[in-house]
Write a protein that binds this ligand. Sequence first.
Ligand SMILES: [Zn+2]
Length: 304
Amino acid sequence: MKSRDNFSSEVINAIKLQSAYICSNPECRKLTVAPALSDKMKVQYFGKIAHINAAAVNGPKYNVRMTVSERKAIGNAIFLCSNCADMIDKNKGDDYPADLLHSWKETHKEWVLANLNKGPQNKTVSVGSKFQSGGITAHIVNLTLSPIQADNDKQFDQKTFKRSMKVFDDDQIHRFCDALLSNGECRYNDMRRLEELLEFYRKPVNRYLNTKVEKLLEAFASKMPALASFVSIKNFDKWPYSQPSTNFTIQLRPELLRDTGYRKREEGDLEKWNNLFLELIKKVKAMKKNYEAFRKMVKSELHV
Ligand SMILES: [Zn+2]
């Protein structure tokens, strides 16, 4: 018998509850539990508690350097729907590195906290909750506001939008997209700003913006997680090395990828990165288009 470092029932219960029984993949967020239809005492449940680094030798992302207790700890557990749990283990788990899963978990924690004590009738449910189409907070009810209320909410959203511009403004977003599209280049600081902007939009920020605007924002913001994780998890080189260490340019073009101190190029890497790069370009194009539409709508609705 091979030994497996399984989670204790305490860890299993804690991670289920902390995740609110909702899949931690930010692009999924399925609710995984509901009453059974056949039996009043039963439930339908399709949640899974996955190991970030495998519980047994030969499992996905097994890490020999971890101790048994680290492998069994809640820090190594992530709550997912059964579909996402299967997905992350395909190709020996190579497509979903541990760093990415840790960032999903962290994002999910913030999202659950931001949605605590909020219901679908509440106008301040986080923007992030609207990415999904079928979860518990997916039904956005458009409240009819009194003129005074609407005006206050409009002012609130104007301020909010101006705050978002301090994170990553119009010009910076355009420069970021254009540098990627024209030359496959990305500034380290812009990548950080993109992540920050995403965090900003995940929080409950908008009161006035109507469904039209929310849809556009959703389309724009839903492209960002994949983009940010693509750029941040891969060991892209900052060659040439004479660049400043705090704001260097990363060369994302596959033909420029080279061995780094962390990673040797392996057979098949170039093809894999080529595909990732093409996907990235598609995402940047979609993000840019959605951002422009979102921006136009904000201008006409909020006059900022
Ligand atoms: Zn899922």
